[in-house]
Every structure is written in structure tokens, then in C-alpha cells.
Design a protein around this ligand. Sequence first.
Ligand SMILES: NC(=O)c1ccc[n+]([C@@H]2O[C@H](COP(=O)([O-])OP(=O)(O)OC[C@H]3O[C@@H](n4cnc5c(N)ncnc54)[C@H](OP(=O)(O)O)[C@@H]3O)[C@@H](O)[C@H]2O)c1
Length: 344
Amino acid sequence: MTDPASPDRAEPWYLLGAGNMGLLAAHYLRRAGFTVIVLRRDATPRLDRTLILPDGEAVLLHLDCQPIVRAGLARERERSSRQDPRALSDDSTSSVSGIPPAGSAGLSRAGPAPATTTTIRRLVVASKAPFSAAALAGVPLAADATVLRLQNGLGSLDGRLPDGARMIEVVSASAVKRDGDTHRVVAENDTWMGENAAGGPPAWFSALSAHWPKLHWPDDFRHRQWRKLVGNAVINPLTGLHDVANGRIFQDPTLAAEAEALSREADRVLTSLDPTWPGDSLAGVRALADATAGNTSSMRADMQAGAVTEIDAINGWLLRQAEALDIDLPSHRRIIAAVKARHP
Ligand SMILES: NC(=O)c1ccc[n+]([C@@H]2O[C@H](COP(=O)([O-])OP(=O)(O)OC[C@H]3O[C@@H](n4cnc5c(N)ncnc54)[C@H](OP(=O)(O)O)[C@@H]3O)[C@@H](O)[C@H]2O)c1
């Protein structure tokens, strides 16, 4: 039995979404001594990526992968083999870690990676929010799995995890950009972890925080998460719709007025949810826009690329909370409709 005080490095972390943020998390987890396995929709056995750290160091990431596309089939096979031991071929026995050895499931060692048959107890979800359901489909999560949700917005995994799962939210002010197979960490800022339930961090947290710069488990996690949410809810759709850098918002009187309306509406709903919410979002949004003046927001980048945006998890979350409280958020309603009209 695992000592609850130990970080239990034998239990691997599985990664859904090996993009910018997922790879950064994978790098820190590996630095802390954890094994990271990428879950993929294809049968690529290994992912080779380069992560450029802010000091210019190039980290070569070679990550083992397991496909999830056939996970359902694999579980079916496992179930039938439990019912009839003759159906269990010699090479399909799981290794000590529960991960099928290379060459199992009839695949050669040099061939594609075997599908995930193991029950996943630790998962990082770092796909973009709108792809959460697709990404999780077929992932064999343990009933008591720990899931790190490394996504902007809120609510994207609600109702998608087993009832007994522990979901830990990850809010990061770091920024990573992709250029082909290279991912550049353009800013290594604070990252906060926390959860809805009261209680302290899990046993592995201190081991991880020793290797993940500026990683915190703050007492006021929810307010930090909401501050990030409001920043995203104001800056992202405005910069996306008007195709401008972040700093432009408060230089343009029309955009500044929209930013003020969006901030005030967000404060209204957040104060109704939690009377201790300070309700001073506009100042924070302005400071963020100034501090990142030259940056392109992720929503602007998505809209430029014609990709689906995360507006449903950001402004949409605020709107859903407001509707439940019978509060109208006309500015958020309008901006959601405008973004979706461009990129449904
Ligand atoms: N980048 C940043 O600086 C930053 C900062 C803070 C927060 N965030 C948040 O972090 C989240 C991830 O952003 P990102 O920039 O890392 O995005 P990203 O680079 O686009 O990475 C997302 C990854 O998810 C994968 N994916 C998509 N659908 C999947 C599926 N069905 N199954 C498995 N994997 C799937 C994609 O794989 P393919 O490439 O194969 O499609 C891609 O590798 C977002 O919510 C974002 O808002 C990002």
C-alpha cells in the first residue's frame, strides 16, 4: 500500500493534449521524477518535441504514447479475457505498472503503440476546452482518478469524470507558443492549483512544486481562477473580434467602454456567487492588458486561424452562472453571439 505522504512516482501521469501547455506540464512532471505517457488518437508510439525555455535552453522531450482510439475495444477484449482465460494470450499480460508491454495486442515492438488497457489513475487534460468531450472519449479513467484540468475557462469537464474523481484545476499565467515541432515558453509565470473541495494539496504536490517554477496551492484559489477568467472574458473576445493586440483595448475608447461593461457584468455575477469577491475586475483587466500589450490573445489567434474558440468555457460559463441566478449579462450575450457568428 502506498504511503499517503509519498508522491508515489510509480503511478504514471497520462497526458491528453500534448500541445503547448501539456508539454510544459509534462516537462515539469518529468523533472520531478514522474513518468508521463501521452494519450493520442493515432498509433504514434513516441512523440519527439522541443521545448525552448525562457533562458534559451532547448529541452528535447521524447514521450511514449498510447492510442485511445481503440481503448473501448481493448477494454472489451480485457473483459472477455477475464471471462475466458483461454482468450488471454501470453503477451497481453500487463506490466507491473499496468501498462501493456510493447508488442502486446498483436502489435510488433517496432509497430504502433498498443492501445491503453490500463486503468488511468492520474490524468492531465490540456486539450483546448471545446475538445474535452472528444479527448476524454474512450479514456479508461479509474473511479477515483486524479485529473489536472489545465485549460482556460471553467466547467469544461463538468459531468465528464467519474463521480469519485478528484479534479484539480490548474490556472497558469505562463505562455507557450508553437512553431512546428518546437514549443517556446515565452513567459514562465505563476501557476496556481486548487479545487472546489476544501483541503490541502495531494502528496505529490510538494515534489512537483520543487520542479515547476512558481507553482502554488493558494488558499484563495477560486478568486485567482476567477481573476484569470475575467481577464480572458474581456480581453480575448474583444481582441479576437477586432483583430488587435491586447494593449489596443484601453487605447480605443469604444473598446475600452466594452471592456468596462464586460468587467462590470462579470463582477455582478461573481459577487452574487461569492459576496467576498472584491468586484474590482476592471482595474485588473486594464493592468493585464497593459502588461501584455503586444501579445496576441489565444482567441484572436484561434479566430485568425479559423479555429473554434474557447468562448463557451469562458464567457459562456459566466452566462450560465448568471442565467441560474436570473441575472442578465447583455454584453457577454452579445459578444458570445458575435464571436460565434464569425466562427460557429
Ligand atoms: N498556450 C498557452 O500559453 C496557454 C496559457 C494558459 C492556458 N492555456 C490553456 O491551455 C489549454 C491548452 O492550450 P494549448 O495552447 O496548449 O493548446 P494546443 O497547443 O492547441 O494543444 C492542445 C492539444 O490538444 C490535442 N487534442 C485536441 N483534441 C484532442 C483529442 N480529442 N484527444 C487528444 N488530444 C487532443 C491537440 O492535438 P493535435 O495537435 O494533434 O490536434 C493539441 O496537441 C487551453 O485551454 C488554453 O486556453 C494555454
